[in-house]
Design a protein around this ligand. Structure first.
Ligand code: NAD
Length: 341
């Protein structure tokens, strides 16, 4: 099938081309994001392949449909950026990649925990400048500390397994219990108990109306003094302004985030020569005890390989009229999942 691939970086081209070589779909790579002003580029393409920051709203879908597009292939799990109802009304199928790097994301969360605890980001700069002072680099043993995991699906469970290996105690909160986490010794508790007893809190639940700004002034007040907060899930799980206040008052000991509520204006682009206008984001980056990465937790060779393989298998299923296990439709029960990545 002829596929217009939007938001492509050199690494996307490399991994998508490799995954496509046995299948031979006809790929045309476009660097811009898909939105209503770029949708015209896809005229004549029956399939369009998009990523997390492409905006597949109703006006964009109408332009795509009038150009002959019948399939949106998301190369990510979340579909909050797609108007599923509009797609269904226009007869456009939507497919996705439900899981591609749970180990990669959990391992990145651990990387943030270790770096923040032992101040590796600060030590790196100091040593390069000939500053070998240890003042300000004091950490704590992870062994014996309590990690609170919110969302114990694929990624949260793997984080639990890794942290158990460090000798941590696990507290967990989820709307469904995961018996594998309980088998590890993880204890499910209500959120106030998790907040009150965790030295490290890591977020691994999807963004839904229920989890929007789950971390806010009120919940921060329930946490242990000097708590470490980690978010590799979705930016809007955190009220960033409240977290900044928590950092200023020293209630929050450190913060590691791979996602940010307004990230679509920033992440995945080289803005090093630009004046960044987002003052909240800029304030975050001034704290010595804050580590921000630009939505790179998923970014492993294995993930890019899996994304390519599943995306083209999905496209082939639809092309050949077979049922596709990764097809998503506008149904009330999936609406809550729609905000997950
Ligand atoms: P998953 O579906 O396997 O697990 C999510 C868990 O969250 C489930 O157990 C679910 O029951 C739970 N949950 C749902 N609503 C909840 C609520 N209100 N409170 C507490 N828990 C709730 O998903 P996953 O593969 O583990 O991914 C977790 C999150 O990681 C995704 O939602 C996504 O936002 C994020 N993610 C980030 C990256 C990245 O590169 N930073 C990559 C992939 C996924």
């Amino acid at each position: 099938m002829k596929v217009a691939v939007f938001s492509t970086k050199p690494y996307d081209r490399q991994f998508l081309s490799a995954a496509n070589s046995p299948i031979q779909h006809e790929l045309v790579f476009f660097e811009p994001r898909l939105h209503r002003n770029t949708a015209i580029l896809a005229a004549g393409f029956p399939a369009v392949c998009v990523f997390v920051h492409d905006l597949v709203d109703a006006p964009t879908l109408e332009i795509l449909a009038s150009g002959g597009t019948r399939l949106i292939a998301l190369r990510c799990a979340g579909f909050n950026n797609v108007d599923l109802k509009a797609a269904a009304n226009l007869g456009i199928n939507v497919v996705r990649v439900p899981a591609y790097s749970p180990y990669g994301v959990a391992e990145h969360a651990v990387g943030l925990i270790l770096s923040l605890n032992r101040k590796i980001h600060r030590a790196y700069n100091r040593v390069r400048e000939g500053n070998f002072s240890l003042t300000g680099l004091l950490g704590f043993n992870l062994n014996g500390r309590t990690v609170g995991i919110i969302g114990t699906g694929k990624i949260g469970l793997i984080l639990g397994q890794i942290m158990k290996g460090f000798g941590c105690d696990l507290l967990a909160y989820d709307v469904y219990r995961n018996p594998e986490l309980e088998a590890l010794g993880g204890k499910y508790v209500e959120l106030p108990e998790l907040f009150a007893n965790s030295d490290i809190i890591s977020l691994h639940c999807p963004l839904t109306p229920e989890t929007h700004h789950l971390i806010n002034a009120e919940t921060i007040a329930q946490m242990k003094p000097r708590v470490m907060l980690i978010n590799t899930s979705r930016g809007a799980l955190i009220d960033t302004q409240a977290v900044i206040e928590g950092l200023k008052s020293r209630k929050i000991g450190s913060l590691g985030v791979d996602v940010y509520e307004q990230e679509s204006d920033l992440f995945f682009e080289d803005l090093s020569g630009e004046i960044i206008q987002d003052d909240v984001f800029q304030r975050l980056t001034t704290f010595p005890n804050v580590l921000v990465t630009g939505h790179q937790a998923f970014f492993t060779e294995e993930a890019l390989h899996n994304i390519g393989e599943t995306t083209f298998a999905n496209i082939t299923d639809i092309e050949q009229g077979r049922p596709c296990p990764n097809e998503i439709r506008a149904q009330p029960e999936v609406a809550a999942q729609a905000l997950a990545n």
